[in-house]
Design a protein around this ligand. Sequence first.
Ligand code: 5GP
Ligand code: MG
Length: 183
Amino acid sequence: MYIMKKLKLGDRCFSPYISSSEIGEAVGKMAAEIDGDYADSGSLLFIGVLSGAYMLAADLVRKVTVPCDITFIKVSSYEGLSSRGEVSVKLPLSLDIEGRDVIIVDEIVETGLTVDYLFDYLAPLKPRSVAVASLLFKKQMYKGRHEIKYAGITMKENLFVVGYGLDYDEKGRTLEDIYILDE
Ligand code: 5GP
Ligand code: MG
């Protein structure tokens, strides 16, 4: 065991928030639920939302035991500590998703803007179904139109977090634990 310490990134300080073992537990639960729900699918496809979801996507697909594939899409809406309020695709999908059971994998859902955008983007590509799996869910901030079916950890705090794929101006993504911004 190691002790998580305070963290400084650029001009900001962050405190320990969620340890890698708690993350592992949450991801295990998400995978078990997905295994149950998609046991008879035969066409499960995860779409990881880059860059933030790269770590969750890698961990989740290794814990899911039903047959599945993975691909990625890159979108961006955040700059620094807050959302710009509009989503844009930086790297499009490179795979045919027609008739497939899709699970969008995002590391955190806040307002739901990104998820709503992705549902609209995927719909014309005719997937059989679309669901969302997100490690973190800022439920109080959520205004989206779609259910976040697999939410690993629901946050009570509406604060900015880094680590486990989440960045502050491209820093902190490689940390295995999650840290929260000091107020
Ligand atoms: P939404 O579109 O739901 O408002 O926000 C989704 C995206 O915003 C996430 O995929 C993530 O990239 C970014 N985001 C939201 N909250 C945080 C946060 O606390 N920390 C970081 N680093 N990114 C966040
Ligand atoms: Mg993201």
